[in-house]
Design a protein around this ligand. Structure first.
Ligand code: ASP
Ligand code: MG
Length: 421
């Protein structure tokens, strides 16, 4: 059953500084109705800065505490520029204290656990500020600590949602709050059953919005971005990018699978399961309609391109030049899993097996060492993996003329080309 609730998500770029927070308030005032739920990311590049704090602490190199202080000061500056009164600075300090305590001791816990305890403060800081500012301009918002509601297992940095508990918490905590105003909460972060902080994977705020929408039986989710909507290619890379006004869930799933960055890949399933439409709109141009992702897409799609840069092509051969058979493949896959390497594309030929993977030099070096005994391997880097949905053969010919194509694979509606970088 749909409840008429709308969930809106605002990413880091929409709350980068005082001016953009003010713009957010005026955007909300332009909407016909305040959303029932607002999911907000960390401000600007805060998550990256907090990752640097973690790296510096874990390596015990550089001054992690000083780096954390830069993050604090940046948020203090925004509070000052927004001219919000009250004990906001104390509230921000309270959030930071837990990270500070952690940084004072030697690192003993796992990297992923430490990461989540430190990096999760980005969203807590941003929502405290946005909440205070929106209240100061008479927008009726109530702040919620999502860690009490969104419950996961303890797979740090990649929390797996406990849907049963989360559903119950939504009912007990969010439902009564909705009567008081717009529930404003954090994206990307969650809580374990032991109340430790958790994150859901980079850019995970979209996913948070989808989880809450699913549990609330919401009517729609709107993700506000710094691009006009979902486009035929990344507008930051290409000036040929065109807006896709409508898209089916299935098409959007394909795009995120191949690496399109505009929506977090885990976002679509919770929406599709309850047939909740997703609007992707631009906070820079709130009048324009953006993209609607729902059950029904257009009959015909234009070509949609997804580029993955900074990839490496690994060609693996058996040492005795025998065919690469099932035994070998199972060995190779085992080693990929052990080294946490995800395959972007693979191709099996008689005496070689080729893989395209993210060009993470440390992981690849470790894989090559593991392969050494039985296989020889050669790495080509950098390569680019270009996926084209709804391609035309003319388009492929053109690309072949302009680029050195190392591998090309086509199926009914998807072409994948590995290009020399
Ligand atoms: N702040 C987090 C990140 O930058 C989550 C998000 O933006 O969705 O990855
Ligand atoms: Mg972000």
């Amino acid at each position: 059953m749909k409840t008429g609730i709308s969930v809106h998500k605002f990413g880091g770029a929409s709350i980068d500084n005082a001016e953009s927070v003010r713009n957010l308030a005026s955007l909300l005032k332009q909407l016909e109705m305040m959303p029932e739920v607002m999911v907000v990311s960390a401000m600007g590049k805060t998550t990256n800065h907090l990752e640097e704090v973690v790296d510096s602490y874990v390596a015990q190199e550089g001054n992690a505490m000083a780096k954390l202080d830069v993050v604090r000061q940046h948020h203090f500056d925004i509070v000052r520029d927004l001219g919000i009164e009250g004990d906001i600075r104390d509230q921000l300090n309270d959030v930071m204290v837990e990270a500070e305590w952690l940084l004072e001791d030697q690192p003993v816990d796992s990297y992923d656990y430490i990461y989540d305890q430190v990096v999760s403060i980005g969203e807590l800081l941003s929502t405290i500020i946005v909440n205070a500012y929106l209240q100061s301009v008479d927008l009726p918002v109530v702040w919620l600590d999502i860690r009490d509601v969104l419950k996961t297992d303890d797979t740090y940095r990649n929390g797996q949602v406990d849907w049963h508990r989360t559903g119950k918490q939504v009912e007990q905590i969010i439902n009564p709050l909705l009567e008081k105003g717009t529930v404003l909460t954090q994206g990307f972060i969650a809580g374990t059953s032991e109340n430790h902080s958790m994150t859901l994977g980079r850019e995970g705020s979209d996913y948070t919005a989808a989880i809450l929408a699913n549990c609330l039986g919401a009517q729609s989710v709107t993700a506000w971005k710094d691009v006009p909507g979902i486009m035929t290619e990344d507008p930051n890379i290409s000036d040929q990018a065109q807006l896709l006004p409508r898209l089916s869930y299935a098409e959007a799933v394909e795009m995120t699978y191949y690496g399109a960055k505009v929506i977090h890949p885990r976002t679509l399933k919770p929406l599709k399961d309850k047939e909740i439409p997703l609007y992707v709109r631009s906070f820079l141009d709130p009048q324009s309609e953006g993209t609607l992702v729902s059950d029904e897409g257009p009959d015909v799609y234009p070509p949609v391109k997804v580029r993955l840069k900074e990839q490496a092509l690994i060609q693996i051969r058996t040492r005795d030049s025998s065919f690469v058979v099932e035994d070998h493949l199972s060995q190779i896959f085992g080693l990929l899993v052990r080294n946490h390497i995800r395959i972007s594309l693979m191709k099996n030929l008689a005496v070689s097996f080729s893989l395209v993977v993210n060009d993470d030099i440390t992981k690849i070096d470790s894989l090559l060492k593991d392969l050494e005994e039985e296989f020889t391997s050669e790495v080509k880097r950098p390569v680019e993996l270009l996926t084209i949905r709804h391609y035309s053969s003319d388009q492929l010919d053109q690309i072949r003329e302009q680029h050195r194509v190392l591998i090309s694979e086509t199926s009914f509606d998807t072409a994948q080309l590995v290009l020399k970088g």
